[in-house]
Design a protein around this ligand. Structure first.
Ligand code: COA
Length: 392
């Protein structure tokens, strides 16, 4: 290219730049318009919510006065329920304020994801992140079981601090974007960050040597459970995306429900196995805390594991009846009884295995099979109940 050609190219580029300027101006105007539309939408949304609360309040007062509920009132209540769900859907398309935790960590940057596809991608990426980190933790835990090398232990523990810390941030972003993740799971990850931090500063003394193996087994175990959770969660995510029915657990999605129960019936025994492991660790640490060399980290960790174990058990036990149906409390009770029986059988089997050579794999498989049959029966009852409620 000689200088003449360069000059000609530049002239051409000036014309192109003018075009770019026009497009950019257009874009800036549209962005401003979007901002205004978002504000208008927000105002209308609040207006809808305010007027609905007035109507709901009036209905409640009428009920208190003893006015009988006729068909019109029942229809109005149903309409209000539906409208609430629709407002929730609309809200998901609008930007939201960051939580205090995100404001402290990220500042006032906007983390709202307004596009459904991008939300799905973000959640998918979060699940994959957990899976990859669990795989790394598994390898490190197994290596630590065979190699007694302090830096390797510290690498694993430091990885756990970073992992749980990152999870809390990602989950706060998911929450801002409409995830229904329960408060306990988020709190669980905050506590786990603290637990990993305490482990990091636990001096390498005799109590640590006593606990080290149990801890590495635990990390290896929960990494495997994490893989199972990943299979379940990504299955839920992809199926609901395909159905276009996120957050809408309608009875018509037959296939989805039976798939979900199959997935859960496989996963739940392993989750409860993990909770028993956590309680066992709390007990072991309590025992170790009487060691003359034990430092403050030991009782602190024992209390933390106890909290995690109890919190996880309670939350998971609460999730199952919710999934069956909030109104069918007898099914929830039945499920709990069945689950306790199954846990008892699993523990008995493990105990026998320790005593003599039982074919553990076949036994566990039989228990899983029985559990999935029981859940299928519960699901059937739940359906019948729903149909009866509908026909009423
Ligand atoms: N961590 C992060 N997010 C979770 C979660 C967890 N443990 N449990 C549920 N969620 C999310 C779901 O992905 C869903 O997100 P969305 O609203 O963005 O779609 C939301 O919370 C609501 O989920 P919910 O319908 O209540 O439950 P689920 O069917 O997705 O999962 C369980 C139910 C029991 C399988 C699940 O809660 C779980 O795996 N819990 C066990 C976690 C645990 O104990 N870990 C330690 C192992 S030792």
């Amino acid at each position: 290219m000689d200088i003449e050609e360069c000059m000609k190219e530049w002239e051409d580029l000036i014309a192109d730049y003018k075009r770019l300027e026009t497009i950019n101006k257009d874009y800036a105007t549209k962005l401003e318009e979007v901002g205004e539309l978002q504000a208008a939408c927000m105002k209308e949304l609040n207006h809808q919510r305010y007027r609905m609360s007035v109507i709901t309040g009036a209905l409640k007062r009428l009920e208190k006065k003893g006015v009988t509920k006729d068909e019109r009132v029942s229809n109005l209540e149903k309409e209000i329920m539906k409208r609430k769900a629709m407002l929730h859907e609309i809200e998901a398309t609008l930007p939201k304020q960051n939580s205090l935790y995100l404001k402290i960590i990220l500042g006032n940057v906007n983390v709202s994801i307004l596009n459904k596809n991008d939300k799905f991608k973000y959640k998918d990426e979060y699940e994959k992140f957990k899976l990859i980190l669990s795989a790394i933790a598994f390898v490190l835990a197994v290596a630590n079981l065979y190699i007694d090398f302090r830096p390797l232990q510290l690498i694993l523990i430091f990885l756990l601090v970073w992992y749980y810390c990152t999870l809390t941030i990602r989950e706060s972003i998911l929450k801002v974007n409409g995830s229904r993740i329960k408060g306990w799971w988020r709190l669980h990850h905050f506590i786990s960050t603290v637990v990993a931090g305490i482990l990091l500063i636990w001096p390498q003394n005799e109590p640590w040597e006593e606990f080290r193996h149990t801890f590495m087994w635990f990390i290896a175990y929960i990494s495997v459970v994490q893989y199972m959770q990943f299979r379940y969660q990504s299955g839920v995510l992809y199926r609901l995306k395909a159905l276009g029915a996120r957050h809408n657990m309608d009875i018509t999605i037959e296939g989805f429900h039976s798939w979900m129960w199959r997935g859960l019936s496989y996963l739940l025994p392993f989750l409860f196995g993990g909770y028993i492991f956590q309680l066992y660790i709390a007990y072991t640490l309590c025992h170790i805390s009487y060691h003359p060399e034990a430092t403050w980290q030991v009782p602190a960790l024992s209390i933390s594991f106890l909290m995690i174990g109890i919190g996880n058990t309670a939350t998971t036990l609460m999730v199952i009846p919710q999934k069956l149906n909030e109104q069918v409390s007898y099914l929830a009770a039945l499920f709990l009884v069945l689950h306790c029986c199954n846990m008892y059988t699993i523990l008995q089997t493990l105990k026998k295995k320790m005593q003599g050579g039982l074919k553990l794999r076949y036994k566990l498989r039989a228990i899983a099979y029985r559990l999935s049959n029981e859940i299928a029966v519960l699901e059937q009852k739940w359906r019948q109940n729903k149909v009866e409620v509908k026909s009423e």
